[in-house]
Every structure is written in structure tokens, then in C-alpha cells.
Design a protein around this ligand. Structure first.
Ligand code: PHE
Length: 458
């Protein structure tokens, strides 16, 4: 078949990004979220710091980047929801339509991730109100813990904020690609970046900067276990929104002439910088206050208020920070249900609003498992810990890397060289060969090795 006939021939039912910048903003909005600011510091803290960070950076470059390019190229070539796209391309490339199941797994992963993500985003919303009311002004560690405990101990308070966040998410997704998604991301990322730099200024003068930076960047490889490597890999997928077809769904709305390579690099660099910046802010505060880096999911909610409580204008900056964090979570949440919503719209011919509502209600209900993991069910631990810990582990460390493996194998082995070269349209043949080498060999081998290692076989 004439390749150029395929390329550009398809149009997405859901519209298109208005420009290359709009896609970069949307993909960055998806990538930058609680994963960078809440999850990265606490997982790094639980995994011992430096060595985890180096492995995480390696995973981003060698696996994350080629997987992201694969997702975007598959999405744009198929121009449908991820389930249909993988099925159609599977057949078109002479394999089977069962590849659609990879998209299906992504839809399920998105449901599960958003069910806990929304609860944590609810913490951020609650902290907007706490900050604005001055709860953290001059607060010591005990006072901040009392605020955090008062929130997480209460099913009703957690439930209300979780509900509010789900409503906000469904409303934007219901409005569609340009009106809803694009508008929400235009100011957020730059503003968040500015505020992180303000916090960095505070961290540098906090007295714990050297210790914090050393913790983050000085690797002690004797602490590395298969579990730490798996956590680093899971974090890389989570933070870049990879392995569950969110970026594939966004790729379907990417204009034809936009370069997939350079947009992917922009998103990866922005996302990684924000995570490292968050780490450089959090750990100095942790050490300056004699706190433990490995205290788990509450880490930023127990440390950042101390910094705000101590600095001039802290009440204002704290309020602004949690507003921006909530926005960052919002633009990520939107991308988590986009695959499911696009699928329902195409499959059942319903409106976006109807699809978003149905999906939203299911995820909202699931979210109560996480709500209760912090109080009434906090004693119900198994496997990775609480129910929340297990949903997080299953999705971030297993479903996302597995999805990523199948996606990269599809792009590297199932799709013809002609198709991928044509769709990627990289500036030089050497760049294409590098991508193809990473996608065919490096990423799949590394992913399989990490899995085998984690289950103790290697
Ligand atoms: N990348 C987002 C974050 O860092 C989370 C996310 C995961 C979004 C998977 C979409 C898909 O917060």
C-alpha cells in the first residue's frame, strides 16, 4: 500500500489539537502531576534515595522515551481510541486484532489509577483550604501532623474532596479536546515551575540543603534490590503517563506535520526536571526538620507546610502551591480517562458527556477503597501493604510496564519499518535507527529483565 495514502488519510472523531504547542502542553499536563511532586519524593524516600534516582533516570531515557514515541506514533497512525487503534493497526500490519487488548488493559489501568489519584488530589484540594485559613502559619511538625491526620482519619472528609475532584475531571473531559483539555493546561505548567523555584530558594537556605541534595543524588548501590529497580521503573512509567495508552489517545489528536521525536523529548525533559526540582525542595526540608525521608504517601503533605509556615508570605504561597498542585493533578486525571471515554464514544455512539459520566461514577466508587485504606481499613494489609498500596503497586509497577512492553514490541516488531519510519519522520536516518534499536532491543530486554528480577528469577 502506498504509505502516504495511509498517512494523513485518517481523522479523529474527537477533533485535533490546535497546534504543536497545544499537544506539548496537553502531554506535559498529563505527565506533570502528583507523580512528580507527591509520588516521586515519597517513593525515592522509601527506596533509599540516590541509587533509586539514578536507575529512575536510566529508565526514563532508555525505556520511557522510546515507549512515549511509540505511543504517540501508534495513536496518530490509528487516529481512533486506543482499543480500536491497536486492533486496526494490528490487522493492517499483518498481525491480529487482538492487539486491541493492550488498549483495553490501558483503559482498566486508567480506572484503577484514577481511583486512588483522585483521593490524593483531594488531599491537595483540602490543603488549599487549610493553607488559606492559616492552619500552617508558624506550625511545627506536630501541628502539621494533626492537620494531616484530621483529614486522612475521616472517611467523610476524604470522600467529599475525592467527589469534588472527580466532578471537576468529568466536567473537563465531557467538554472535549480543544475546549476542555487545552484550556486547562496553558498557564498551569509555567506557574507551577515558578513556584517550585520559590520553594527551592527556601530549601537552599533551610540548613538541610547539602544533606537533602546528597540524599537525592549520591547513589549507594549496595542498597539496590530487585524491588528498588522495579519501583524506579514503575515511577518512570507513572510519571510519564506511559503504558496505559493515555499518550496514545492524545497522539490520535496530533496534527500530521508535528515531529513526534522533538515533542516527546520536550515532554520528557519538562517532566523529569519538575520531579527532580520537587525532590530538591522536599528533602532539605525533611532533613532540616529532623524528619524521616521514608514516611510514605504523606511525605509532601507533612513537610511542605513546615516550609510554608516558616517563610514570609507563607500563607499566600502555600495556598497558591496547593491550587497549582490540584491543577496539575487535574490535567493528569483528564488524560487517565480519555482512553475510556474515547472508546465508549466510538463503540456505543454516546456523547462525550454521557461516556465521561459513566466512567466517572465507576471510578468514584472504586475510589472509596483508597479512602478507607487510610482509616477504617488501614489494618487490612497484604502483599504491598494497604489496599491503596496494592492498587498502586499493581498498576504502576506491573500493568504500566507490561503495557509499555507490549506497546514497544508492537511498534518495534509488529509494525513495518516503512510504517514507523514514515510516521515518525525523524530528521536523520541515524535518529530513526536509534529509536528502532531502543524499541526493538533495549526497552523490551530491560523490561523483561526487571520483571524476572523482581519475581526473583534473575
Ligand atoms: N503522569 C501523571 C503524574 O505524574 C500520572 C498519570 C499516570 C497520568 C498514567 C496518566 C496516565 O501525575
Amino acid at each position: 500500500m502506498n504509505q502516504d495514502a495511509v498517512k494523513g488519510a485518517r481523522q479523529s472523531l474527537h477533533g485535533q489539537w490546535s497546534s504543536r504547542l497545544a499537544f506539548i502542553l496537553a502531554a506535559t499536563g498529563s505527565a506533570v502531576g502528583l507523580g512528580n511532586i507527591w509520588r516521586f519524593p515519597y517513593v525515592a524516600g522509601e527506596s533509599g534515595g540516590g541509587a533509586f534516582v539514578i536507575i529512575y533516570l536510566g529508565c526514563i531515557l532508555l525505556i520511557g522515551l522510546p515507549v512515549m514515541m511509540s505511543e504517540v506514533l501508534i495513536g496518530r497512525r490509528g487516529r481512533r481510541n486506543p482499543v480500536r487503534t491497536m486492533a486496526v493497526l494490528g490487522e493492517e500490519e499483518g498481525s491480529t486484532r487482538f492487539w486491541g487488548l493492550v488498549g483495553g488493559m490501558g483503559v482498566v489501568a486508567g480506572f484503577l489509577i484514577l481511583s486512588f489519584y483522585s483521593v490524593i488530589a483531594g488531599w491537595s484540594l483540602a490543603y488549599v483550604v487549610e493553607s488559606a485559613s492559616g492552619a500552617f502559619t508558624g506550625a511545627d511538625s506536630a501541628a502539621v501532623q494533626a492537620v494531616f491526620g484530621g483529614l486522612t482519619d475521616s472517611v467523610s472528609r476524604l470522600g467529599i474532596w475525592h467527589t469534588l475532584f472527580m466532578v471537576l475531571t468529568v466536567v473537563v473531559v465531557a467538554r472535549g479536546v480543544q475546549k476542555g483539555l487545552e484550556r486547562a493546561v496553558r498557564v498551569l505548567v509555567p506557574a507551577l515551575l515558578v513556584l517550585l523555584f520559590v520553594l527551592l530558594g527556601y530549601a537552599i537556605t533551610s540548613g538541610g540543603f547539602a544533606e537533602g541534595a546528597a540524599y537525592l543524588f549520591r547513589p549507594d548501590f549496595s542498597e539496590v534490590t530487585g524491588g528498588v529497580v522495579l519501583m524506579a521503573l514503575g515511577q518512570a512509567f507513572f510519571t510519564l503517563s506511559l503504558g496505559m495508552a493515555a499518550i496514545m489517545a492524545y497522539g490520535a489528536y496530533l496534527p500530521e506535520d508535528t515531529s513526534i521525536g522533538s515533542t516527546s523529548i520536550t515532554v520528557v525533559v519538562a517532566d523529569t526536571s519538575i520531579a527532580l526540582l520537587a525532590g530538591l525542595v522536599i528533602f532539605p526540608i525533611v532533613f532540616a526538620n529532623g524528619l524521616a525521608p521514608d514516611q510514605g504517601p504523606g511525605l509532601i503533605f507533612l513537610t511542605l507546610p513546615l516550609a510554608f509556615g516558616d517563610m514570609a508570605g507563607g500563607q499566600f504561597f502555600a495556598t497558591l502551591f496547593f491550587v497549582l498542585l490540584s491543577f496539575a493533578a487535574w490535567t493528569s486525571a483528564i488524560s487517565m480517562i480519555e482512553p475510556a471515554v474515547a472508546w465508549m464514544v466510538e463503540r456505543f455512539d454516546v456523547t462525550r458527556a454521557a461516556a465521561a459520566s459513566v466512567v466517572g461514577v465507576i471510578i468514584w466508587l472504586l475510589g472509596f477503597l483508597t479512602v478507607m485504606s487510610f482509616n477504617v481499613l488501614s489494618g487490612a494489609t497484604f502483599g504491598a501493604g494497604t489496599i491503596f498500596d496494592n492498587i498502586d503497586h499493581l498498576t504502576s509497577n506491573i500493568m504500566l510496564p507490561l503495557g509499555g512492553l507490549l506497546i514497544v514490541v508492537f511498534a518495534g516488531w509488529v509494525m513495518s519499518e516503512n510504517s514507523t519510519a514514515n510516521e515518525l519522520d525523524l530528521a536523520t536516518p541515524a535518529r530513526y535507527r536509534l529509536w528502532r534499536f531502543l524499541a526493538r532491543y533495549v526497552a523490551p530486554v530491560a523490561l523483561v529483565a526487571v520483571f524476572l528480577n523482581a519475581i526473583g528469577l534473575f
